[in-house]
Design a protein around this ligand. Structure first.
Ligand code: HEC
Ligand code: HEC
Ligand code: HEC
Length: 142
């Protein structure tokens, strides 16, 4: 457990470094755009297929069932790229409902346009999951 804590700490530090480099680069570089899961169909089978069967793909349906699909408190974890230029951003037409590819792999516009495997986060770290999956569910009921 301690070893895990330590490597998690290192991950965070590494992430912070990567982040600061990215900020430097971001000044003259446009951030990639979101294309939506339909834009990722080069990976049709098995990746897209199995994602489509996952609960992530249907996370927005949960909000609809609960009548909460307009509640801003819910969107960051039940849509893709909310507040990051994705879901809900003016001018973005891709369907970004639910937890899609780009929520974990980052916006794929450049990757798709140039067909370059270096222009996407290929293996997202566990930090990505932790953003939505807290140690104790935020939905835990008393
Ligand atoms: C911090 C991220 C986060 C936020 C914010 C969030 N959710 Fe969730 N939601 C999750 C995760 C992760 C799961 C799946 C596992 C779990 O329950 O922790 C989930 C599961 C659910 C479920 C199915 C399971 C259950 O407990 O019923 C519903 C319904 C739901 N969320 C509705 C909402 C609504 C409505 C809001 C806004 C009021 C919301 N969520 C806000 C992350 C979030
Ligand atoms: C919930 C987060 C999440 C979602 C959603 C997700 N992925 Fe992934 N993906 C990962 C993680 C983590 C890995 C690396 C670990 C693994 O291989 O399982 C991965 C691995 C991959 C790989 C292999 C990369 C390599 O170079 O080995 C491809 C391709 C991929 N994902 C494409 C997709 C596509 C396309 C979608 C949407 C249809 C998608 N992913 C949705 C988290 C996600
Ligand atoms: C943007 C928020 C978000 C991110 C990031 C995210 N999840 Fe989820 N995850 C959810 C929500 C919301 C649900 C609930 C869907 C439902 O219950 O229908 C869920 C459900 C799940 C489930 C149960 C789904 C099933 O198909 O049985 C697993 C397992 C899971 N997530 C693992 C992961 C892993 C591993 C990662 C990182 C690679 C990750 N999640 C990243 C929001 C997220």
């Amino acid at each position: 457990m301690r070893a895990f804590g330590r490597s998690l700490f290192l991950l965070i530090v590494a992430g912070a470094f990567a982040g600061s480099f990215m900020v430097v680069g971001a000044q003259d570089e446009k951030k990639a755009e979101y294309v939506g899961a339909e834009g990722c169909l080069c990976h049709a089978d098995p990746v897209h297929k199995s994602w489509q069967l996952s609960k992530h793909a249907r996370a927005f349906e949960l909000l609809k069932l609960a009548g909460q699909e307009k509640n801003e408190k819910c969107l960051a974890c039940h849509t893709t790229g909310y507040g990051q230029g994705g879901y809900g951003t003016a001018g973005v037409e891709a369907n970004l409902e639910g937890v899609q590819c780009e929520e974990c792999h980052g916006p794929a516009g450049d990757h798709v346009e140039k067909m370059d495997k270096d222009l996407i986060t290929r293996t997202p770290s566990a930090m990505v999951c932790a953003r939505c999956h807290m140690e104790k569910s935020i939905h835990a009921r008393p």
